[in-house]
Design a protein around this ligand. Structure first.
Ligand code: MN
Length: 235
């Protein structure tokens, strides 16, 4: 039996579909999965203790219901004392597929946003050490703040431009999209060999160097040139 129910006799009301607004319109983008790339900027790989020449980027997932819209408060999560900001370009797909070739990968992109891959670094560190999965460090409630999506039909496909993050006005992260080890088309093509990509998938494209901890009351303000700016207050 197909697990995707089409009936209306649910035993309880299903959770709502996670969505992102589309900038400049009243349309909503329904989110299917969230893929995140790890160590996609060499300097960030080095600051996390890895050699980017020997360890290529890789992917993990966050649950789509961990999205938090820019401007909302990020509730400081439980079971941690070391929550980090990771500013990232977010790629939104409006077309799916498997084994997508590089030369048609960009046809799958609906648009872009600016996101934060919020991380319980202490729990992620324990998981790494024990060889365990990363969910507790990465996929907790409200761990995926994101701006409204900007359609590629308006801004094109940014492959260079500053990506930065400030906390309480102080510069923490800065890099350029042209430093991404895997480009957007490479991420789509690679992922589609492992998973069936679907319309509604988001890809958090990795963070530049300078990640660090936030505490309650901090104002996180980040951006990607040509895409937008995100603001989140830690509550
Ligand atoms: Mn990240």
């Amino acid at each position: 039996m197909n697990v995707h129910a089409t009936q209306t006799n649910f035993v309880f009301t299903p959770q709502p579909t996670p969505t992102l607004p589309v900038a400049g319109s009243d349309a909503l983008f329904p989110v299917h999965r969230i893929y995140c790339v790890g160590r996609n900027f060499a300097e960030h790989a080095v600051e996390m203790g890895h050699d980017p020449d020997r360890e290529p980027p890789f992917f993990f997932q966050k649950n789509p219901d961990t999205l938090l819209l820019s401007g909302e408060e990020f509730p400081y999560p439980s079971q941690t004392s070391d929550v980090h900001h990771e500013i990232e370009l977010v790629v939104a797909l409006h077309k799916g597929g498997t084994n997508i070739p590089l030369d048609s990968a960009m046809d799958h992109v609906f648009g872009y946003a600016v996101g934060l891959d919020m991380t319980r670094r202490d729990l992620q560190g324990e998981a790494k050490k024990a060889g365990r999965p990363w969910e507790t460090g990465k996929s907790f409630e409200w761990s995926a703040p994101c701006t409204p999506l900007v359609p590629a039909s308006q801004i094109g496909h940014p492959n260079s431009g500053a990506i930065w993050c400030k906390v309480n006005g102080e510069q923490r992260q800065s890099g350029d999209l042209n430093q991404m080890i895997w480009k957007v088309q490479e991420m789509i093509s690679y992922l589609s060999g492992l998973f069936e990509l679907k319309a509604g998938d988001l890809i958090y494209a990795g963070t530049p160097a300078g990640v660090g901890a936030v505490v309650r009351g901090d104002e996180i303000h980040g951006g990607v040139d040509g895409v937008g700016e995100i603001r989140v207050r830690v509550a």
